[in-house]
Design a protein around this ligand. Structure first.
Ligand SMILES: [Zn+2]
Length: 94
């Protein structure tokens, strides 16, 4: 059972990783990127990256076009993240 679950999780990861920048704006997702050299980490809004790279680029490709602001390395990795809903704000709205 555990093996099967891992298989599904891996498939999901791959489909998420190949998602296009333009699709993320509809899903209220963010891009997280980190430097493979110094470990510098950053979260970005997809809109910001679309202005520079266009909506048709896939998320892993973004890392190729970025530069680490900490060590200037171009060895960066990127992936989409979905932000958790904020329970406190939801309670305030009711
Ligand atoms: Zn770096």
């Amino acid at each position: 059972m555990g093996k099967l679950k891992n298989h599904y999780l891996q498939n999901e990861d791959q489909s998420l990783a190949a998602i296009k920048l333009g699709e993320l704006t509809d899903l209220s997702a963010q891009i997280e990127a980190w430097c493979n050299r110094c470990g510098h980490y950053r979260m970005m809004a997809p809109e910001h990256l679309i202005n520079r790279l266009g909506p048709l680029i896939s998320v892993p490709e973004i890392g190729v076009h970025m530069e680490c602001e900490s060590c200037n390395s171009k060895d960066l990795a990127a992936r989409p993240v979905w932000l958790e809903p904020m329970p406190l704000m939801m309670m305030a709205a009711e």
